[in-house]
Ligand binder design. Structure first.
Ligand code: T4K
Length: 370
């Protein structure tokens, strides 16, 4: 099938360890009878992740959304939080569950992260924090955001759901801001099926989160803080330990896949590759931006043509969070021009290590001939 594939090609394929290795770990879990509540697998994964990510403090969670909710709660912030509308709904929902008002800021048209130049204009006496999203592992303007936060005494939280293991300016990405959230969802480079974590340089924050994720109880099981059930269970942790061993090789393979996409698409008029892949990046997504006027076809047309060839990219992130029924009345269309353009023109293409160069070339030919 020159114009398509027999079997569907999705945006990603989760990293799956050898089933025997998982069974061995399941055997250990069965022997102990400890299925959750921070058992041996959980402790082992915490240690392995600290080693891999170069951090000392980590709190594991049952998913990235709950991690972000708890992370925001741990900072005791109130009022308004300036954030990006160009993100997955979870970013905004984590604010809402904390009773915090999202104030949407436009994005930089190149990186597609929050436009740091426009943040100051949105600050008022109710502003308590900035919530940046390292969207597609394009890193926010962390230095400038740091400067703004110091000037106005604001907290800084990063939604680093897409940035597992990313190094920026020679330092791990979690070193920026008060805390960062990473997602371990099945669709992420590193997965625990569902899962996530908060990393902070400040051990007071991670100690507090360790309590908060377990009903706000201290070691005497007295409730002494805000609480929720945010625990990662032993089976998820076992999965994580085995998946982590595969991450390095998977990144190398994804870099090769990205080179093939680059060779086919980077010089095409009207197509821009928004992401980049190297060993310092998470290699999470491969996203293109399509300029309809210059390419001659819209993002939606390209998407439909790919779908008819059994290829299923994703329009991450469309519609904008600010355009969801829930929020839209507060925001006029003009304020978020770059974000609106991005939402109409991006396409996250299939991107995973086992995608062959022949398949990538075929996907690119479908795009080019559409
Ligand atoms: N912040 C940001 C910026 C995020 O992007 C996310 C999540 C979060 C916060 C919240 O983190 P978590 O609470 O999820 O840890 C997917 C993921 O579910 C979501 O984690 C992710 N971002 C988002 C960008 O993508 P959907 O609704 O697009 O997923 P779905 O089910 O359509 O999957 C996409 C494709 O992946 C499928 O077409 C096939 C493939 N797939 C999917 C699953 C679930 C598999 O091959 N295997 C699987 O198990 O949200």
């Amino acid at each position: 099938m020159e114009n398509g594939f027999e079997n569907p090609i999705y945006i990603t394929r989760p990293l799956l360890p050898d089933l025997h290795k998982i069974n061995e770990r399941l055997g250990k879990i069965w022997e102990t009878g400890i299925l959750t509540n921070m058992g041996g697998q959980h402790r082992e994964l915490e240690g392995k992740l600290c080693e891999y990510l170069g951090c000392e403090n980590i709190t594991l969670f049952n998913n990235g959304t709950i991690a972000l909710m708890a992370g925001l709660k741990s900072l005791d912030i109130k009022g308004e939080v300036i954030t990006s509308p160009f993100t997955f709904p979870a970013t905004i929902q984590a604010l809402e569950w904390n009773g915090l008002k999202p104030v949407f800021c436009d994005i930089d048209p190149v990186s597609m992260t929050i436009d740091a130049e426009k943040i100051e204009g949105l600050i008022n006496e109710n502003t308590s924090a900035i919530l940046g999203v390292h969207v597609f592992d394009n890193i926010c303007d962390v230095k400038r955001i740091d400067g703004i936060s110091k000037k106005y005494n604001l907290k800084v939280v990063y939604d680093a759901a897409h940035s597992f293991g990313s190094i920026h300016n020679g330092v791990p990405i979690w070193e920026y801001g008060d805390l960062s959230m990473f997602s371990f969802h099945a669709t992420k480079l590193f997965n625990t099926i569902e899962g996530g974590c908060i990393i902070s340089k400040n051990s007071d924050i991670t100690d507090r989160l360790d309590m908060m994720k377990s009903f706000g109880r201290n070691s005497d099981v007295r409730v002494v803080d805000w609480g929720i059930n945010g625990k990662l269970n032993e089976v998820q942790a076992a999965m994580g330990i085995e998946v982590l061993k595969l991450v390095g090789l998977e990144k190398e393979k994804r870099i090769k896949v990205s080179e093939t996409y680059n060779s086919m698409l980077s010089d095409v008029e009207g197509i821009r590759i928004v992401t980049n892949a190297d060993m310092n990046k998470s290699c999470q997504y491969l996203v293109i931006e399509i300029d309809e006027d210059r390419f001659g076809k819209s993002r939606d047309m390209v998407n439909e043509t790919l779908n008819s060839g059994n290829v299923f990219p994703r329009k991450y992130f469309h519609p904008l969070c600010s355009d969801a029924e829930w929020y839209r009345m507060d925001y006029s269309k003009n304020e978020l021009n770059h974000a609106r353009v991005a939402a109409e023109s991006v396409l996250a293409l299939p991107f995973y290590g086992s995608l062959s160069s022949e398949d990538v070339e075929k996907i690119c030919r479908i795009i080019l001939n559409c």
